[in-house]
Ligand binder design. Structure first.
Ligand code: ZN
Ligand code: ZN
Length: 138
C-alpha cells in the first residue's frame, strides 16, 4: 500500500518536484481510499495541521499535471482525485448513494483521440465517470 505512495513520490522527484511532508500526507490520504476524493475530502483526511485546503488543492493540481493522480468529476460537477494506481489510465463506476467506487478498465480514449485529431486537436484528454446504484443500495 505505501508502495504506491513511494512510487508516486519517485515520479515527482523525477520531475524535479520536491517531496515534502505535505505531499506525502496527501498521497497517503488518497492511497487509503479506493473511491476518488474531492480536494475538500482529501484535506479532511489529512493529519491535523498538515496544510490549509488551498495548499491541498494546489498539490492535487500539481499531482494531476505530473500524472500521479487522475482527475474525475462527480455528477454535481465536483472535481475528484485518485492515485493513478501505478498503472494505466482508468475510470470509475461510482455509487451515487453511498459513494463506493469500482475501477473499470473500459476506455474510449483512442477513439476520442482519433476523433479530436480529425478536428486538428493535439494533447487531447478526457474525463469519463459512470454512476449508478451499487447492489447494497439498489
Ligand atoms: Zn452504494
Ligand atoms: Zn479514459
Amino acid at each position: 500500500m505505501s508502495n504506491l505512495v513511494e512510487e508516486s513520490l519517485e515520479k515527482l522527484r523525477a520531475l524535479g518536484l520536491r517531496v515534502t511532508d505535505q505531499r506525502r500526507a496527501i498521497l497517503s490520504a488518497l492511497v487509503r481510499s479506493e473511491a476518488p476524493k474531492s480536494a475538500e475530502e482529501t484535506h479532511a483526511a489529512l493529519p491535523v495541521d498538515t496544510c490549509d485546503p488551498v495548499t491541498a488543492y494546489r498539490c492535487l493540481e500539481q499531482f494531476e499535471k505530473a500524472g500521479v493522480v487522475e482527475r474525475g468529476v462527480r455528477e454535481n460537477g465536483t472535481k475528484v482525485y485518485c492515485l493513478s494506481h501505478g498503472h494505466e489510465h482508468h475510470h470509475h463506476l461510482t455509487c451515487r448513494k453511498c459513494g463506493i467506487a469500482e475501477k473499470i478498465d473500459l476506455c474510449m480514449g483512442p477513439e476520442l483521440e482519433k476523433a479530436a485529431e480529425g478536428f486538428g486537436y493535439t494533447e487531447v484528454s478526457h474525463v469519463m465517470e459512470v454512476f449508478g446504484l451499487c447492489p447494497s443500495c439498489a
